[in-house]
Structure formats: C-alpha cells, structure tokens
Design a protein around this ligand. Structure first.
Ligand code: UGA
Length: 439
C-alpha cells in the first residue's frame, strides 16, 4: 500500500511514521522546505518520545520519505491523508482554509482513483466540503477522476503518541463508500489482525465521535476540578474521593485528576468548536459551556492561593515555577495553565523564575524576558519565596527536599498537580497548598 500524508505537524508526522512502521509506503508532504529538509536528515520539529528513532528507522528502510511536492506524493497512492492545521478562528470555530486548500490541490493533481481521508480534527460536515472542493477542482480541469472521502480522526495524546497510534484502543473510520472502506480496511489490516478494533461508520458519526470523545474527557476534568474545590471547603480529600468513585467501573479511574486546569492544542479548541457547531444548529450545549467556564477559572486557582497566602500583596515576591508545558513529556505550551499563572503573577508585581525540562525555548519564544530562566530545577529556587509546581514531570515528583530547603527562603510549596502527600509535607515542616486536599 502507498499513501501520502499532507502536513507534517503533530498528527501528520505521527500518522505517516507509524503507518510506515507497519509496512505502508508513506510520503509525507509539507510546504515548509526547511522542515522537509530536516526531516529527510532525521531531525524532527517536535518533542515526542520515540518518534525520532521511528522516523530514522523507516526512512532508512525506504518506507518513509518527505517532500514538498503534493503532486509527486500522490502518484500511485491508494489514499491521501489531510493532516494540516485547523487553528481556531476568533469566534471559536475551526479555520478550514488549509484543509480546503489541500483539497483543491488534490483535485488539481489526481489522475486515478484515490481515497481522501481527513485526519485533522475538523468540524462535522467537513469531509463533505472537502469532497465538493475536490470535485470543483476536477471540473475546472475538465477531467473525470473517481475519488471518495473518509474521516479517520486521531485520538493520540501528546507525549504518548507513538504508543497510542501503534496500540490504539480503537480506530474510527467514517466512510459512505464500499470502495473506500475496502482500501482503508487493507491499510488498517495490521491493526485489525492484532485485535485492535477498527470501527467503520458513516462520515458524520466519525467526525462527531472525535469531538464527543474530547468533550467528554474535558468534562470529567472540569467536573473533578469543581469537586476538588468543594473538597477543600468541606475538609474532604479529593484523592480519596477520586479513588472512591473511580473504582465504580461505570465511572472508571482514568482522567479524574484535578489540577490547574486542562490545556493543550485539543481540549480547549475542540470544546469551543463543538459549542460553536451546536450553536449553528440552534442548539446550546449547556454542559460544555460550563466545562469551559470552570476551566477558565481553574487556571487561576493557584494564583489566588498564592495571593491569599501573601495577604493580597505580591509586589517584590519571588516565585519559582516548575513546569511550563501544558502537561508532562511535551514542550507544547498551547493554552498552558503556566501562561495564565505567569501573567497574573507578573501583573501583580511578582518576579517569576521558571524551569521546565524541555519547554524553555518554547517559553522564550512566547513570552521572552517576562520571566527569568533557570539552568536547572534547583537553581530556579535560589532566593525564591515559594515554589509552584504546575506540570507533572517525573523529575518533580520525587525532588531532593534538602536541596529545596537550602535554596528557598520559606518552606512554602503550591502544587497544581498534587504530586506530594500533604501529611508528609506537613511533617517536614512545609506550608503546602495543593488542589482539593486539606493543607
Ligand atoms: C487529548 C486527548 O487525550 C487525545 O485522546 C486526543 O487525541 C488529543 O487530545 C487530540 O485531540 O489531539 P492531549 O491534548 O495530548 O490529548 O493531552 P491529554 O493527556 O489528554 O491532557 C489534556 C489536558 O488535560 C492536560 O492539560 C492535562 O494536564 C489535563 N488532565 C488530564 C487533567 O487535568 N486531569 C486528568 O486526569 C487528565
């Protein structure tokens, strides 16, 4: 089988590389020449555990290649995956200009039957639009070429992308054509044969499944964050409550961790986009609107705890911040809670020194010298009034407390990810604030 993948961002690069790894011949396409050159040298533009090795392995075995020519990549391809960005418009809807531009290019280039698969997270109805644009493009060439569209949303998590792609809990394929179904069944045969469910359905349902999944997960998080905030007030411990409810198999134990709010490129964008789509159909998604509101407030929770501790005055207070990325194992800072916290702290007159194992460059690009950058996690603490932890990196989970004590002015920690045990922290003489647990 031979496929083309358009867009070498997160989803495109992982999809192309992992499909190459199960034996498909894959050409990844991007308009960014420098990026393609680097990828051909085995240098990948994102931080994702295991991906670089897989890119190198598959390029050296000639199953994976990179090009800037969409036209070349389509020669002899059974399917083309559209995996370009769909950034949010100001009103929360997804901007489809890149997806539709690729569709137009495909229409300009194909001469044989091909399945056109949307892999980017796109609003319900986009595959239909893609089909129309391709057909229009073919009409303008005055040629007749058969093609089908399909929707194959991606469910991988950043930081765990390779594993998620290669060992999926399910693959969703939406298509209304038997011919396309045959092609995609062949493509996903290695997964079907290794007992990973590949669910075929109609296109609208596949598109909807992607949004419904992310919206459900975001809902769990906002729900738990509200429960955590209430736990603090009534004197309960959210860890106990989480375990207590998670052992009911109807609820399940995953994705119930309260924290400093969800971030990343997916949940915030997808929840907004789904609310927006519903609005277009005259339906108001009340639960999801509340999920967004709760998350907006939750990103500020640590700031208000810090402010209250310092009696409302943060002028001249020095805060050491561990973590910048929106979660561990990524350098992605899109919609990261750290950005909200830094903004509030600096506006209130505090000085912020940051450390993150991989997101320092990303932070420099985003906010420059609004904060100071420490060389290491302990260097960040030098002379600081408090430590705030906002990303659950492994190196923050079991720190050397003696090092912390030597450098911090006060034994004071604000923990936005509940990494430490309140009882132990208190025993060690720390003033310790976390989320949803008795201090
Ligand atoms: C999410 C979904 O988990 C993937 O299935 C989906 O494919 C992806 O979006 C996407 O649409 O592309 P991702 O954004 O990489 O993946 O990150 P998650 O691991 O889901 O975490 C999202 C946010 O929720 C993070 O800020 C994390 O800290 C937060 N979170 C997660 C919690 O606050 N509590 C939890 O229990 C779990």
């Amino acid at each position: 089988m031979r496929i083309a993948v358009v867009g070498t961002g997160y989803v495109g690069l992982v999809t192309g590389t992992c499909l190459a790894n199960v034996g498909v011949t894959v050409t990844c396409v991007d308009i960014d020449k420098e990026k393609i050159q680097k990828l051909n040298e085995g240098i990948i533009p994102i931080y994702e555990p295991g991906l670089e090795e897989l890119v190198r392995k598959n390029t050296s075995q000639n199953r994976l290649s990179f090009t800037t020519s969409l036209k070349d990549s389509l020669k002899g391809a059974d399917a083309v995956f559209i995996a370009v960005g769909t950034p949010p418009n100001e009103d929360g809807s997804a901007d489809l200009q890149y997806v539709l531009a690729v569709a137009e290019e495909i229409g300009k280039s194909i001469n044989d039957y091909i399945v056109i698969v949307t892999k980017s997270t796109v609003p319900i109805g986009t595959s239909k639009k893609v089909s129309e644009v391709v057909q229009k493009s073919l009409n303008s060439r005055d040629v007749k070429v058969d093609f089908d569209v399909a929707s194959n949303p991606e469910f991988l998590r950043e930081g765990n992308a390779v594993q998620d792609f290669l060992q999926p809990e399910r693959v969703i394929v939406g298509t209304d054509s038997e011919r396309a179904k045959k092609v995609l069944k062949r493509l996903y045969r290695p997964f079907i044969e290794s007992n990973h469910p590949v669910l075929f359905m109609d296109i609208f349902s596949a598109e909807m499944t992607k949004y419904a999944a992310n919206a459900m997960l975001a809902t769990r998080i906002s729900f738990m964050n509200e429960i955590a905030n209430l736990c603090e007030e009534v004197g309960a411990n959210v860890d106990n409550v989480r375990k207590g409810i998670g052992s009911d198999s109807r609820i399940g134990s995953k994705f119930l961790f309260p924290g400093a709010g969800y971030g990343g490129s997916c949940f915030p964008k997808d929840v907004k986009a789904l609310v927006r789509t519903a609005d277009e159909f005259g339906i108001s998604l009340e639960v999801l609107k509340a999920v967004e509101d709760v998350n907006y407030k939750q990103k500020q929770v640590l700031f208000y705890k810090i402010k209250e501790h310092f009696n409302g005055n943060l002028e001249g207070i020095k805060i050491a911040l561990w973590g910048l990325a929106f979660k561990a194992n990524t350098d992605d800072m899109r919609e990261a809670s750290s950005l909200v916290l830094i903004d509030l702290l600096t506006k209130a007159g505090a000085e912020v020194v940051v450390y993150d194992p991989v997101a320092m460059d990303e932070c420099r690009k985003r906010i420059g010298n609004k904060v100071d950058y420490a060389k290491g996690q302990y260097e960040a603490l030098e002379g600081a009034d408090a430590l705030v932890v906002i990303t659950e990196w492994d190196e923050f989970r079991v720190p050397k407390f003696t090092y912390i004590e030597k450098r911090l002015k006060n034994k004071l920690i604000f923990d936005g990810r509940n990494l430490y045990e309140p009882a132990i922290m208190n025993e060690f003489g720390y003033t310790y604030y976390s989320i949803g647990r008795k201090e």
